[in-house]
Every structure is written in structure tokens, then in C-alpha cells.
Design a binder for this molecule. Structure first.
Ligand code: OGA
Ligand code: NI
Length: 342
């Protein structure tokens, strides 16, 4: 457990294997606030003009790859409690959670640091995490932490709420893209993984990263972030901050959704910077396709002028290439790109 950042974060200088090379490190962690990243009120989809909401979602998913949603149906209290039990988990004494600590990534519940690639990555990320599947609940909940005592109940309720929300948003996206409404139901969104994260304060935020720049390799992600900023997206050649909006979910387009939309929606690079004074917590719910499903551009998203830009593949093919390419998204996309000239 000595690898966990939470167990030693208060050190100066920071260990060398946490210092990113100059072109990857954040330097100045203060970036412009991403005020253009839309905050979308979902009540408008019922009470107002659904077409307008669809248009806002599509535009955000095209331009930013990110948007935030409010009035989404998951109660504020449940969101607060979810972040609380996540924080409580990380704050428990080692004895209470060491049985979950593992470097074996075939385990069903994983408490570890940085990421799966720890043994091979050149630089580690300034974060610890807890990760497990969360859909369907009755299959996976038994593997979750039993303490804090309310963890299973609260994270379970939150998972159910987010899965429902995902289905609603994917329905609106389908409509916007001109696909049948149920296009993403079942197989394409039948899997959901939670990564609960704790980012301890870091004495040298300009040299380190909480999460290094990456694209999400799944279908679509729902992130619950606390009030400490740190999440940034790369847009038009610069990093901009995704500022915390109380009780909003940050939603972002994953690589698989980019493919299914035939490049109409964009997966966008993002990262998390550290800060010198505050712990930051987040809970990322990664909705993705079940193993064995086929990922390919949806027929409705293509026409004569826009033929398929990718060949069909399975999620596993994609994750394996992604891993092989060291999470280089462009290289991975290129591998699956269809040749456009016959
Ligand atoms: C991720 C991610 C953002 C955050 O885990 O893929 O982008 O704020 N997390 O923790
Ligand atoms: Ni991410």
C-alpha cells in the first residue's frame, strides 16, 4: 500500500517518477475557465422544447466533446452522499481497505493508484482510485466495499440513476443523429464501470498531473466532481477548465461514440491538474458496450457524402489496440479507419 499517493503525498521534492516531461506537464495550472462548455437543463426536454435540448447536446458534443447537465433526475442529496461515501472510503484507515488493494487487474474490485499501467508507465499520476463494475447491479454489487456501511446502498442507487440518465441522453443523441431512438439501448450501453478517484494535494502542481491527458475509450462518461476544480479539456490548441457546477454531471463523448456517430461527435482530450492545498474527489461512471458487441458507424449517421469512416470492431479489439498504442487515440483510430478510396 506504500505506492498509494494518499500515504505519502506531503513530500518535497516530489518523486522523480511523478514529474512529467516539460511538454506534458501543466506548467501554469491556472487556465481559462471553459465558460463556453454548455450547461444543459434537462427539464427543457420535457417541459420546454425537446428539439432545442437535442440541438444543444449535439452542438456541445461536436464542438467540445463535453457538456454539463443539470435537473437530470438524480437527486442532489444522492449526488452529495455518493461523493461523501467515496471520500469516506479513501479516508478509512488502511486496515479497513487493504483487502481491496491489488495489482491484479482481473479482480472485481480494485483499489490502487495511478492506473492499470503502473508497472510500465514512465510517469505515475497523482491519484488513488477504487474501481468496479456497476451494471447490472445484482451481478456486481456483491463485490463492492462493505465499508463505509452505506457504500453499497448509496453507490447502488446512484448507479441506477446514472444508467437511466445515460439511456435518456443517448436517446436524445440518437434522435439528433437521425438514428432509431433505441440505437444505444442494450448491447452498446450494457456495461458500466465506476472509477472513484481521490487526488491528494501536491506540493508541486506545475510538474505533476492527477490524470494525464487522455481520451475516454468507452461510449460515454458521466462524471460527478466535487467543488475543487482541476479537470481541463484541450480545445483549439489550449487547455480550458471544466469548472464545477453544483449538482451537475459532466458528460463526455467517448471514442466508441465518436465511431458510431461516424465522427460527427468528438472524443476530446482531457486531464486533471493537481493543486497544493486541497484534496479533490470525483466519481467517473464509464458507460460502454458489452463484450462481443459490434462497434461500427450507425447506418443512420452515414449517407452518400459521408460513407463509413471506420471498419467494424469489438470493444475488446479497440481496448487492446488502445493499450498497445499507449493510449494514443489517433493511432488507435487510424488502425480502425476504413480506407475512403475504393
Ligand atoms: C477519467 C477522468 C476526470 C476527473 O478518469 O477518465 O477523466 O475529474 N477523470 O477525475
Ligand atoms: Ni477521462
Amino acid at each position: 500500500m506504500e505506492k498509494l499517493v494518499s500515504n505519502w503525498y506531503n513530500v518535497r521534492p516530489v518523486p522523480e517518477d511523478y514529474i512529467y516531461p516539460p511538454e506534458k506537464r501543466p506548467g501554469n495550472i491556472h487556465v481559462p475557465k471553459g465558460e463556453g462548455i454548455p450547461v444543459i437543463d434537462l427539464t427543457e426536454a420535457e417541459k420546454g422544447d425537446p428539439a432545442l435540448v437535442i440541438q444543444k447536446i449535439l452542438k456541445a458534443a461536436q464542438e467540445f466533446g463535453f457538456f454539463q447537465v443539470v435537473n437530470h433526475g438524480v437527486s442532489e442529496n444522492l449526488m452529495d452522499e455518493t461523493l461523501s461515501v467515496v471520500r469516506e472510503f479513501f479516508q478509512m484507515p488502511d486496515e479497513a481497505k487493504q483487502h481491496l488493494y491489488t495489482e491484479d487487474f482481473s479482480n472485481k474490485c480494485i483499489y490502487f493508484t495511478s492506473c492499470e499501467n503502473y508497472a510500465n508507465e514512465k510517469v505515475h499520476m497523482w491519484r488513488d482510485f477504487l474501481q468496479h463494475q456497476c451494471h447490472p447491479l445484482d451481478k456486481w454489487q456483491q463485490f463492492w466495499p462493505v465499508s463505509p456501511a452505506r457504500y453499497q446502498e448509496i453507490v447502488g442507487a446512484c448507479s441506477v440513476g446514472i444508467k437511466k440518465l445515460a439511456s435518456r441522453i443517448l436517446g436524445l443523441i440518437s434522435e439528433g443523429l437521425g438514428l432509431e431512438r433505441g440505437h444505444f439501448e442494450n448491447e452498446l450501453s450494457g456495461c458500466m464501470v465506476l472509477t472513484a478517484l481521490q487526488y491528494p494535494p501536491c506540493p508541486e502542481p506545475s510538474l505533476t498531473l492527477g490524470t494525464c491527458q487522455h481520451d475516454d475509450a468507452n461510449l460515454i462518461t458521466f462524471l460527478l466532481q466535487d467543488e475543487v476544480s482541476g479537470l481541463q479539456i484541450f480545445k483549439d490548441g489550449q487547455w480550458i477548465g471544466v469548472e464545477p457546477v453544483p449538482h451537475a454531471f459532466v458528460v463526455n463523448v467517448g471514442c466508441l461514440l465518436q465511431v458510431i456517430s461516424n465522427d460527427r461527435l468528438k472524443s476530446v482530450k482531457h486531464r486533471v491538474v493537481t493543486n497544493a492545498s486541497r484534496f479533490r474527489s470525483s466519481a467517473a461512471f464509464f458507460v460502454t458496450a458489452v463484450e462481443g458487441s459490434v462497434i461500427e458507424p450507425a447506418k443512420g449517421a452515414m449517407d452518400q457524402l459521408h460513407p463509413a469512416r471506420y471498419r467494424p470492431f469489438t470493444p475488446k479489439d479497440f481496448y487492446m489496440k488502445f493499450f498497445e498504442n499507449d493510449a494514443d487515440t489517433e493511432a488507435t483510430f487510424n488502425h480502425f479507419r476504413a480506407s475512403l478510396t475504393p
